[in-house]
Ligand binder design. Structure first.
Ligand SMILES: Cc1ncc(COP(=O)(O)O)c(C=O)c1O
Length: 350
């Protein structure tokens, strides 16, 4: 039955081992980000076979369900309403707000635990973290008074919102923060978690600054690409995930709608270019499961459009029949949404 995601765990294992090699050469520990595959246990079993140190996820439910001996890292800044659960399921969390860290301290105390945090700094990408130009020493001073919180280290996340590339100049901002904290409080920060898949281009060139000793990696492992420039990583597979969807209709039709046009099914004004007559196939998958722009065709077909349950493609002169199954590679958003969709079957190839 289709649509179906074909998930090749051998290819994931291959990519993961390559990434472990790369990080070890640079004396980095690795946090594997599991949210893109919903922390499903077949992936976790693969990760459990390796020397990876941390499993990181932005959903507490994912951290809770995974069966692993690896340390668990909560990636998204915690809500005040979930601090008890954070302390219960995560060994480490990324934090940026004193109010929340105070609440975590209390929750950890109630549970007789010491919870480790990574204090996040925003180096200019404008997502989470203390803005690098702002003062942070008072905050650190206060954190150090908490008995049930351990300041494990500092971290940053780049490129995800503002597209800022982790250049050496940008990362220098984190190095200044590290040495300022270490000098002022006469301590050594254990973990400097310096980025995600957008730092890999530096790693590949052997240029990742030495003060960084940890990366949190998700996308590169499933799509085999770094995310600063979108380049393929040498020796990595880009098809751990493939989508298969079947054709339910093939008809030759004009490319331009015939009649006065208003809005489409999603309230958007319809703007379509006239490309003459097309051999149009409809596939049984739609926007409810995946954005058409996150699909990559592997043949001569061109994706024309989609509604919630239909994907419309121009199959050109290819000899397809009703019931034929087309295969697509995926972009990051496609893997995320297809894995999350209850309408898509998953087939794990071991
Ligand atoms: C804080 C944080 N770190 C790391 C990652 C992993 O990013 P990427 O998938 O680009 O490696 C994410 C996103 O999933 C994140 O939110």
């Amino acid at each position: 039955m289709y649509p179906k995601l074909i998930i090749d765990l051998k290819k994931y294992y291959h990519n993961l081992n390559k990434m472990i090699e790369m990080t070890r050469l640079n004396e980095l520990s690795l946090a594997v980000v599991s949210k893109v595959f919903l922390a499903e246990q077949p992936f976790i079993d693969v990760i459990n076979k390796t020397t990876v140190e941390y499993l990181a996820d932005s959903h507490l439910s994912n951290l809770k369900k995974m069966k692993t001996n690896k340390k668990k890292m909560f990636l998204r800044i915690a809500q005040l309403s979930e601090v008890e659960e954070v302390v219960e399921v995560a060994n480490i969390s990324l934090q940026s707000e004193l109010t929340t860290i105070k609440a975590l301290n209390k929750a950890a105390k109630n549970n007789n635990k010491v919870h480790e945090i990574i204090l996040m700094f925003d180096l200019g990408d404008l997502r989470e973290g203390i803005y690098y130009e702002d003062s942070y020493l008072k905050l650190v001073e206060e954190i150090l008074t908490f008995n049930n919180i351990k300041l494990l280290g500092i971290g940053t996340n780049l490129t995800c919102y503002g597209g800022v590339i982790p250049s050496l100049e940008i990362l220098k901002r984190l190095e200044v923060i590290k040495s300022t904290i270490e000098t002022k409080f006469k301590l050594k920060l254990t973990l400097i978690s310096g980025g995600n898949s957008s730092s890999i281009f530096l790693l590949e060139k052997g240029k990742l600054p030495k003060f960084i000793n940890n990366l949190r990696i998700g996308e590169a492992l499933v799509l085999g690409r770094e995310t600063a420039y979108g380049n393929k990583i040498k020796g990595f597979y880009d098809d751990v995930f493939l989508l298969k969807a079947s054709i339910v209709e093939i008809k030759k039709k004009p490319s331009l709608p015939d009649g006065e046009t208003g809005m489409d099914a999603f309230g958007k004004k319809v703007i379509i270019k006239d490309q003459g007559k097309q051999r149009r196939a409809i596939l049984a998958i739609g926007k409810q499961s995946v954005d058409k722009d996150d699909l990559i065709t592997l043949d001569k077909s061109e994706i024309i459009g989609a509604s919630s349950d239909h994907l419309i493609i121009d199959i050109k002169d290819q000899d397809y029949q009703i019931g034929d199954v087309l295969t697509f590679k995926l972009r990051y958003g496609g893997v995320l949404s297809l894995m999350t969709s209850p309408y898509v079957r998953k087939s794990y190839e071991k």
